[in-house]
Design a protein around this ligand. Structure first.
Ligand code: GDP
Length: 468
């Protein structure tokens, strides 16, 4: 870390924020952190036992009242944390108020009148990072933990929070640094350190590093799907049963409501949990009623969604023969991961497997269902489990990359290592090797924040929620 940068970023004032959701609830917590946290809280808090918080031991909780001069505002419990053993590594206080937004705002205002600044989103965690309590990937994991919507997302982020990814990155960096140091020493002191036979050794080393980096990169696609849900687009001509399927899935499995405020709602998007798997459903039925869906949403839009999809659920009405429109949709989706749902299996069937294969040669599965009767969903879940979870919806010991920033940096690390291998192959001078190794070393450092600039930290922490 560049220390001039460090001191520029290093926080010196005291901050406060409401750390809980601002809706009427049992309790609401105000968090204060910085060198004046305890002293300023003392000016608005009167403990029932008349003791001052400044004299209180760390990790103790105190019962009393918040006062605005002589007016009592709330009955509270106050926790005291002392540097460096707190979330931010600074002196901190948490005031447990009654959970009314009005009360919380009132207490917050009192604090700001005493000179405490309202925190930026994520500023508590940013301080934890700047004070060395968390590295960058661990700090990012805090936010991922808060926004986790399924078991996998939660486990992956908690693992990252515990530092498993950081540990791996640190080991990779150490390995690379060793090689850089060796090359540099040999170049400085050729009489004592020989580079003979070194290029074979470095080739082996780089190949091993590359393989670890590639495994991490490969984990991203799977990790992303598991963390954010399988991006599933439902397509089918009008009356195929898209709305019925969606209602069936939502009715049984509605767990999470995705609010996509501000976006154009040309489709409906919903997240559901199906046997532990999160599906991000994109329902083109949302835009139509009875007319030509594909025509109405525009072939281009359909292609756009199909391209983005991890999975397409292509609905056919099994009770009527295949139509021109079915064929048109099949053409759009033919190169994608398509599961054909042959709907209305409760009625006499007019479509067979051969008919489907003639318009769509390589579906990942063809499954008869009845959206009306609620049949076929268990079978669908089993297929999804095989397709996206290698048959097991539990976490394994693998370390997953789930953050796009990490994945992009890892791609660059891969390029640098490939470049080193290329230079070795071409017997280029050793300085070339150390330049590319240094690039790999630095980009790994960006993941955990050992290399960082102000803008990056601001960008990352601004995505956090208030009070965290
Ligand atoms: P969409 O236009 O693709 O959204 O299709 P809908 O879900 O609105 O369904 C069209 C019609 O087919 C409705 O009358 C549904 O009740 C009916 N339908 C949907 N699924 C089934 C099914 O599995 N069996 C039967 N018999 N009818 C179904």
């Amino acid at each position: 870390m560049d220390f001039s940068l460090w001191s520029a970023m290093y926080p010196s004032d005291t901050i406060c924020a409401i750390a809980t959701a601002t809706a009427p609830s049992g309790i609401g917590i105000i968090r204060i952190s910085g060198k004046d946290a305890i002293a300023v809280t003392d000016t608005i808090f009167r403990a029932a036992n008349h003791k001052k918080l400044s004299e209180a031991a760390a990790y103790t909780m105190h019962y009393g009242f918040i006062y605005d001069q002589d007016q009592m505002i709330d009955e509270v419990l106050v926790s005291v944390f002392r540097a460096p053993h707190s979330y931010t590594a600074e002196d901190s206080v948490e005031i447990n108020c009654h959970g009314g937004p009005f009360i919380l705002q009132k207490v917050l205002k009192l604090l700001t009148q005493k000179g405490i600044r309202i925190a930026e989103p994520g500023e508590f965690t940013k301080r934890a990072f700047l004070n060395g309590r968390l590295d960058l990937s661990e700090a990012e994991a805090v936010m991922d933990t808060i926004s986790a919507q399924n078991e996998f997302a939660l486990e992956a982020s908690v693992k990252q929070l515990r530092g498993e990814l950081s540990q791996l990155i640190r080991t990779l960096r150490q390995d690379i640094l060793y090689e850089i140091a060796f090359i540099e020493s040999a170049l400085d002191d050729p009489e004592h350190i020989s580079l003979e036979g070194y290029s074979e050794k470095l080739t082996e080393k780089c190949k091993a590093l590359l393989s670890q980096v590639e495994t991490l990169i490969a984990s991203y696609q799977n990790g992303k799907i598991r963390k954010e849900g399988i991006y599933t687009v439902i397509l089918g001509k009008p009356n195929a049963g898209k709305s019925s399927l969606l209602n069936l899935l939502l009715g049984e499995n509605r767990a999470i409501v995705t609010d996509i405020a501000g976006t154009t709602r040309d489709v409906l998007e919903e997240d559901i949990l199906l046997n532990g798997m999160q599906l991000h459903l994109v329902d083109t039925a949302g835009i139509h009623s009875s007319e030509d869906t594909i025509e109405q949403m525009g072939v281009e839009k359909a292609i756009e969604y199909a391209n983005r999809a991890d999975l397409i659920l292509y609905l056919l009405d099994g009770s009527t023969p295949i139509t021109e429109e079915d064929i048109r949709i099949a053409r759009i989706v033919q190169d994608k991961k398509v599961m054909v749902l042959l709907n209305k299996k409760d009625l006499t069937q007019s479509i067979g497997e051969e008919d489907i294969k003639s318009i769509l040669p390589r579906p990942v599965a063809i499954l008869p269902i009845s959206a009306l009767k609620g049949e076929g969903m268990e079978e669908m879940a089993a297929i999804l489990k095989d397709l996206f979870y290698e048959g097991e919806v539990t976490m394994n010991d693998q370390i997953y990359l789930t953050n796009l920033r990490h994945k992009q940096l890892m791609d660059q690390v891969k390029q640098s290592l490939l470049q080193v291998l290329h230079s070795l192959d071409q017997q280029m001078p050793e300085d070339f090797l150390s330049i590319d190794l240094m690039d790999a070393y630095k980009n790994l450092g960006f993941i955990i924040g050992e290399e960082i600039d102000d803008d990056l930290a601001d960008e990352i922490f601004s995505k956090f929620c208030m009070g965290k």
